[in-house]
Design a binder for this molecule. Structure first.
Ligand code: NAD
Ligand code: UD1
Length: 318
């Protein structure tokens, strides 16, 4: 049994990862400040003796908190690091707060990891690090030039991971997620993921707003597929020192997505257009070769099935 610390484990992707780790018989400690995460996302874990939760801000002095966790639950073997401010527009409004949560928090965690001989860290990076002018599909060698403070912060943490690996031998894998969607992604806030927003509006027959001309594209990957890739990267030493894109290789435009959401929900929602969001990338889709080769990753959930599962969940939230 491995003891895995999952930072941001009360969030959307984190909570699905916790479910998977527990189902595999591992011991899990979630560290989350509940800024966007919810205890409701973890209510299925209540009463599981292998599950522990600590409410803490990863950018505070977490060493003491984690020492207490280790004294009670046992040493932390491996870490999955999700805790972050995740909205691109918010990072542009308040870049300093983004640095605090996304960079300072990550460095504090890496310091803890190297001092306590943690075997490996899996880090949730993002396709937001890529240069918008890089030819698509991007691969891990494509040029990086983030269009947002959020993307800059993710890239900086990748450099810290490389530094800790070279100087202290800390093992890591950084996974650059494309656009993740699925149940438990907040559908109410305006800066949440576009699929949860569109399905919420479609299911409630309220207007859908498309920013820009809607011809921008994204590679949408279902949350349980992402959780499986991250879990494997964390538990397996094989992909140490690697940066790996996690997506599907399928490019979907925001116009197409809006129509699919309306059709799937049998909705009367009206689509309107608004100016482009600053910092928005234009096209985003990845090759799958490296994830396939190093993690044996192939998405299991098709886009049609993933949208249907997500719509079912969104309806339970209305
Ligand atoms: P989320 O907001 O649901 O999860 C983030 C979690 O981190 C939340 O539970 C939140 O409460 C917690 N958190 C935030 N700041 C914290 C802090 N300072 N200390 C402790 N906990 C803190 O978002 P998500 O979509 O599940 O994202 C998880 C990770 O994946 C993030 O690192 C995000 O940048 C990355 N990512 C997400 C996507 C996507 O499409 N959703 C794509 C690329 C990368
Ligand atoms: C998302 C993630 C980010 C991640 C990145 C990886 C969220 C909140 N953000 O950012 O953490 O690193 O993917 O690529 O999950 N749009 C509309 N109407 C809306 C909402 C959005 O047209 O009501 C458009 C946006 O302008 C954008 C696209 O949909 O062009 C996707 O937006 P969003 O879901 O917020 O994702 P990203 O900004 O790509």
């Amino acid at each position: 049994m491995t003891h895995v610390l999952v930072t941001g484990g009360a969030g959307f992707i984190g909570s699905h990862t916790v479910d998977l780790l527990l189902s595999q018989g591992h011991r899990v400690t979630v560290l989350d400040d509940l800024s966007t995460g919810l205890m409701a996302n973890l209510k299925q874990c209540e009463g599981n003796p292998n599950f522990h939760f600590v409410k803490a801000d990863v950018a505070e002095d977490i060493a003491e908190t984690l020492d207490q966790v280790a004294a009670i639950v046992g040493p932390i073997d491996r870490i999955i690091h999700y805790a972050a401010q995740t909205a691109v527009p918010l990072s542009m409004d308040d870049p300093a707060s983004d640095v605090r949560a996304n960079v300072i928090g990550s460095v504090k965690l890496l310091e803890y990891a190297r001092r306590n001989k943690v075997a490996k860290v899996a880090f949730a990076s993002s396709s937001a690090v890529y240069d918008d002018d890089a030819p698509v599909p991007v691969n891990e060698k494509s040029s990086v030039r983030p269009s947002s403070p959020y993307g800059i912060d993710k890239l900086v943490v990748e450099f810290y991971l490389d530094y800790y690996a070279r100087l202290f031998g800390l093992k890591y894998t950084a996974l650059r997620f494309m656009n993740v969607y699925g149940p438990r992604q907040d559908s109410k806030s305006w800066y949440s993921g576009v699929i949860s927003i569109f399905l919420d509006r479609a299911a409630s027959n309220t207007p859908i707003t498309i920013f820009d001309d809607g011809e921008q594209t994204r590679d949408f990957v279902y949350v349980t597929d992402v959780a499986a890739a991250v879990t494997k990267a964390c538990l397996d030493d094989a992909a140490h020192g690697e940066i790996i894109n996690i997506g599907t290789g399928e490019e979907v435009s925001i116009n197409t997505l809006a129509k699919l959401a309306i059709d799937l929900a049998g909705s009367t929602s009206v689509i309107s257009y608004a100016p482009a969001r600053p910092g928005d990338i234009r096209r985003s889709v990845t090759t799958m070769d490296k994830a396939r080769a190093l993690l044996a990753f192939a998405p299991k959930v098709s886009f049609a099935d993933g949208l249907a599962h997500t719509l079912n969940w969104v309806r339970t939230q209305l």
